[in-house]
Design a protein around this ligand. Structure first.
Ligand code: ADP
Length: 376
């Protein structure tokens, strides 16, 4: 016999039926149970809140409330929600549809009163206790993981904030020095100052990109309908400065579809791909970039294409790794985090990402994600 003494709440307005359940369970050689009883739904709810039962035997037909309503009330008061509620619903003969509904609403099992035997009652109770305890463990682990992720995000955010503040001072004072003491510095001194400012700007970008990467990796994924046309226009607006600087031309396909994904993640993927497409061109040729989409069955295949410097096939796998860059900071500035963000975003949405490119032949990055079907 198990050391554990499971707490059973029997909620049933019939004294005889409660008695039968108790008697049957007292014959169970696996457990010695502790019983608590209630005659009405209201009493039952009160009881379950105070004794934290391991299993609830719940009569569907109560005088004040139906079993289903009570199930919902119990779920609402459960700290771990309905998933871990160990309820076995007791129904009358021919009440199969009610039983089914009870299971859908979170009951672990049901028994038809007229067909109840000691054997099938033990089995239902053992299963309910075991399943509920397993679900509780999974739920607790999920909760702990979520808490850890939140802590990590808060830590990363605080770290980024604390690192950026002295950096602002370095940059700010270096700029003031450049303005106010310019005549006192010779050419070498001015060059050093220029390097200090540039390095501070670069480090600021690195911190921002690392923060975005951490937020994506540890943040929640919220699947919903994503209107690509709207998102593409927003992304384009956020890149307006860069487009102007590079004298670039960006063509966005008319009427992009609505896809099913996380808008923040899709946005991050697009902004990083378009940013790269605008950046990696030869100095003589301003960038020409396009964003198009093809429908393949129930999926959308997005393509960000440029006519820039291209990437040799031997580097295709490497560029998605964090901090992997193929160019020096002087040639093309960057942090080496952009494509790692794209990869992580697409992975989190369970999509696919690949590229077609060769040196000097431009680059096409593809993302495959499901189309929004209306029902989610
Ligand atoms: P970053 O652009 O900050 O260096 P990314 O992770 O976005 O970092 O890209 C990694 C590397 O992949 C880049 O350094 C660059 O060499 C190469 N790359 C990415 N996109 C393109 C592109 N559209 N054309 C050519 N090279 C690219």
């Amino acid at each position: 016999m198990s050391e554990k003494e499971p707490v059973i709440c029997i909620i049933d307005d019939s004294r005889e039926d409660r008695e039968i359940c108790r008697r049957y369970l007292q014959q169970d050689s696996d457990y010695r149970y502790r019983f608590f009883e209630a005659e009405t739904g209201e009493q039952g709810l009160e009881l379950c809140r105070s004794v934290r039962p391991d299993c609830i035997l719940l009569d569907y037909d109560l005088p004040d409330i139906t079993g289903l309503e009570l199930l919902e009330a119990l779920a609402g008061s459960s700290p771990t929600r309905l998933v871990s509620l160990p309820v076995v619903m007791l129904t009358g003969l021919g009440d199969e549809s009610i039983a089914l509904q009870a299971m859908k609403s979170g009951a672990q099992d049901y028994l038809v009163k007229g067909e109840m035997t000691a054997g099938n009652l033990y089995r239902a109770i053992h299963n309910a206790i075991e399943r509920a305890s397993m679900r509780r463990i999974v739920e607790e682990q999920r909760h702990n993981l979520e808490m850890k992720n939140q802590e990590l995000q808060a830590f990363a955010y605080a770290l980024a904030h604390d690192l950026k503040s002295p950096l602002r001072a370095i940059r700010g004072f270096a700029e003031i020095m450049g303005e106010d003491y310019n005549t006192l510095l010779d050419e070498t001194g001015q060059h050093y100052l220029h390097v200090i400012i540039k390095s501070a700007v670069q480090m600021n970008e690195l911190i921002d990109d690392l923060l975005s990467y951490t937020q994506i990796e540890h943040g929640p994924v919220r699947f919903q309908a994503v209107k690509l046309s709207e998102l593409a226009q927003q992304t384009l607006a956020s890149l307006a400065g860069q487009i102007e600087r590079e004298q670039g031309h960006v063509i966005i396909q008319d009427q992009l579809p609505v896809i099913y994904g996380d808008p923040t993640l899709v946005g991050q993927a697009l902004v990083n791909l378009l940013d790269n497409a605008l950046k990696y061109h030869s100095p003589e040729q301003p960038p020409v970039v396009s964003l198009t989409c093809q429908i393949e069955g129930h999926e959308a295949v997005l393509c960000v294409a440029d006519k820039g410097i291209g990437i040799a096939p031997c580097h295709h796998a490497k560029i998605f790794q964090i901090f992997q860059r193929l160019h020096g900071e002087e040639e093309y500035p960057g942090t080496g985090i952009g494509l790692a963000i794209v990869k992580k975003s697409v992975e989190l949405m369970r999509g696919q990402l690949w590229l077609e490119s060769d040196q000097g032949l431009g680059t096409k990055f593809y993302i495959r994600l499901p189309l929004y079907s209306g029902g989610g």
